[in-house]
Design a protein around this ligand. Sequence first.
Ligand code: UT7
Length: 356
Amino acid sequence: MFGARIAGTGYHVPENIVTNADLTRFMDTSDEWIRERTGIRERRWVTRGKDTTATLGAKAARKAIAQAGIAVSDIDFIIVATLSADYYFPGASVLVQRELGLSEAGTGAIDIKAQCTGFIYALSIASQYVQTGMYRNVLVIGSEVHSMALDLSTRGRAISVIFGDGAGAIVLQRTEEPGRGVLTSKLHADGRFAEKLVMPVPGSHGGYHDDRIETDTDWQFKPAGEWGDFFVTGQMLNKALVYPYMDGRNVFKMAVQKFPEVTIEALEAVGLTVEDIDLFIPHQANLRISNYVADKLGLPPEKVWNNIQRYGNTTAASIPIGIAEAVQAGKIKAGDLVCLTAFGSGYTWGSVLIRW
Ligand code: UT7
């Protein structure tokens, strides 16, 4: 078995800044409410026609590849974690492969759809490829364009103010140095909560009323569609099923429980404790969640990397953006123990420990 270390990091966010004050043009909200409940001051949204999930991802990837000091052609495999791919299918990863000029090489590429935990799942999968010797350099990207599907009316304000666009990438590389790189990864999911944070349409479920699904909203209905035409209907558009739905309180309650739980599980698996962590990079769900989790774990603020204030919640991109920023800021040095933990839609949650 080999080790799998992070050899290069990079991120790219759109230049278009959307402040909380900007959002008041669309909906009944306020800078004060958003800052107080989420910690967010501003987020980035792509300019339509300029960037997509794949182009943001490819831009972040090029920086990570340059930092790793390798050529694009050295990349053996591409994994893109995203819930907002350019197309319903194929995934964003093949478009990233095309953007990077790796099509003729036939480099393998897959998407991972595990929402806010997407990057943790992707990194864990990549580490298996590298550790077993199957690949030497795996590109792992988290990229999201949320601004394509946000209900900007007051109806959608509890969720639309949270999300932002952006991408982060790492090159995961084979190493023969003992004890270096990914030490462990712990991954979990609980599908009973799938509808607590969901974008129901488009999908094969078709928004259909399902008695087995417990929901406190009216997002399910009996569609009138026939075979072949219930993918996106006018009725679905009227009911805003093409936008994400979130039971924010339930997400909050579960997140503050699962974040610490899985972090401890990962530490215990390799015989380490919270005191051994040099930098904790949590998925940026909500600043209140990150602060609560840090407090519960007993981590001082200087050991926690947060960027939700500037980018909002960028789902699968928030952790790799955080890693790249922390490296750039000189917050991570060789030998440090870096802990990445996420929780989100699915529900899914997980934690990865890396010896830098
Ligand atoms: O990666 C995982 C992604 N999701 C999360 O991490 C979300 C976790 N949950 C949360 O962060 C919080 O639940 C929210 C920030 C989403 C919402 O905070 P909350 O304290 O749970 O608020 P709430 O939804 O219970 O709403 C409280 C009030 C309501 O008004 P009334 O009924 O008390 O009059 C809402 O209509 O705040 C109102 N409200 C808003 N007001 C101004 C909801 N959204 C907004 C808004 N601006 N954007």
